[in-house]
Design a protein around this ligand. Structure first.
Ligand code: SF4
Ligand code: SF4
Length: 413
């Protein structure tokens, strides 16, 4: 840490050396790739697309803020908090960066938010509201923990084993909101004869806490969930939620924030973490899955940021969709590492619903332009935002999670 640093007590000061590696080149403000094999240019930063000013656009503006805050040139204010909390953490700016700050960009946003919590600034009211209750309910939806498994029909609940190879980690959004995605996942796992169970002491994976800089609260959740595989003699978590997948496979296993390595990170050394699409792709490749019907529609796929850019799972969902009989697959212009966020992540859907839905509307329009009938994705949280934008705009598109597309037409060979 630089001896010139004035504000050494900030969380952001712990990664000062990395923040100082930004060259201010501005690559992170726009998505592009030129060359013999690729020719692409488009706006990828949802925050910059909405608010335009430099502080909002990509990571460069946030580096300037971080440096100014660390050197006491500016203080935390409501305006600074607005910049910090309207970023969805989609990772497009990190994708574009080619200097040594690159692996620390999303960490930088979270560290700045962690610092904002300790200041007298305006934290978005809805983020504050769920944060006040999450320690009691273990979910950000302000629902009772005891109701977490209410979506499971009693016939399925009674058939779940006490111990199993996989724990299906349902996540808060599928447990309390997009329950049909959870049900489709259960039906799929049963059809594929996967040895799995669902546990009533699953807590929020801590993604919303980590992404909004609430490291201290998050560590209790990470510690709690990390003990589940041993308790149920499971060797793997499987999840249909991209936010849970990112958190379980990255934050729990390797990416603890600076100064928190003793609390979380490297917590699940012997536990595999799979997104459901990865398991299905693996079984398809082994010839263990057979299609029993068709899905004769034109479909486009939205990359959830937490599955795509955050965890680099781009191919599994596409490989599955391309094998579905009758399905015509089309890409949106912005796809894979150059995808455009649905607008929900990083606490933005909870904190700024109108802006979040405005972003989802842009994505829905892009999907409409492909001529697709169905917009699909692999995340219940993207489901929420894109589905709501489809309804709000009376779009002709239908939204279905990828699991809902394949579950009715597959069986184990
Ligand atoms: S993470 Fe996404 S929304 Fe946030 S600054 Fe980077 S590109 Fe913009
Ligand atoms: S964050 Fe990376 S891409 Fe953005 S200005 Fe700094 S060095 Fe350039």
């Amino acid at each position: 840490m630089s001896h010139l640093l004035k504000n050494k007590n900030l969380e952001i000061a712990k990664i000062y050396d990395y923040v100082s590696m930004c060259t201010h080149c501005g690559n992170c403000k726009y998505g592009y790739e030129y060359g013999p094999d690729a020719n692409f240019a488009a706006m990828l930063c949802v925050q910059g697309d909405k608010f335009n000013f430099d502080s909002y656009r990509g990571s460069r503006g946030k580096v300037s803020l971080a440096r100014s805050l660390m050197h006491n040139r500016i203080g935390f204010s409501d305006a600074v908090a607005h910049v910090l909390f309207t970023c969805t953490g989609c990772g497009a700016c990190q994708q574009m960066c080619e200097t040594d700050i690159k692996p620390y960009i999303l960490r930088m946003f979270e560290a700045l938010r962690a610092d904002a919590w300790k200041q007298n600034v305006k934290i978005p009211a809805n983020i504050k509201a769920w944060s006040d209750t999450i320690g009691k309910n273990y979910n950000p939806y302000k629902e009772k923990h005891e109701k977490r498994l209410d979506w499971i029909p009693s016939s399925i609940k009674s058939s779940l084993p006490k111990k199993a190879e996989y724990i299906y980690f349902v996540g808060c959004t599928a447990s309390y909101r997009q329950k049909e995605v959870a049900l489709a996942t259960v039906r799929l796992l049963q059809k594929l004869k996967v040895d799995f169970t669902i546990v009533d002491d699953e807590w929020c994976c801590a993604s919303p806490l980590l992404r909004t800089g609430q490291y201290d609260t998050a560590k209790d959740f990470v510690e709690h969930n990390s003990a589940l595989p041993d308790k149920y003699k499971a060797s793997a978590f499987i999840t249909t939620c991209s936010g849970c997948y990112r958190t379980l496979s990255r934050d729990y296993k390797m990416d603890a924030p600076e100064g928190y390595a003793d609390k979380y990170g490297k917590n699940l050394p012997n536990t595999k973490v799979l997104h459901t699409t990865q398991l299905v792709e693996e079984m398809m490749n082994k010839g263990e899955i057979e299609f029993t019907g068709k899905f004769a529609q034109k479909v486009t796929y939205h990359d959830p940021c937490h599955l795509g850019r955050h965890a680099e799972v781009y191919d599994a969902p596409r490989n599955i969709l391309k094998k579905v009989p009758g399905l015509e697959f089309v890409e949106m212009y912005r796809n894979k590492k150059f995808s455009f966020c649905c607008g929900a992540g990083g606490g933005v859907r909870g904190g700024f619903a109108d802006y979040s839905l405005e972003t989802a509307t842009k994505r829905v329009k892009e999907a409409e332009a492909t001529g697709a009938q169905v917009l699909t994705s692999a995340c219940p949280f993207c489901y929420t935002n894109l589905h709501d934008a489809i309804e709000m705009n009376k779009s002709p598109l239908k939204f279905e999670d990828i699991i809902q597309i394949i579950e009715p037409i597959v069986k184990r060979k």
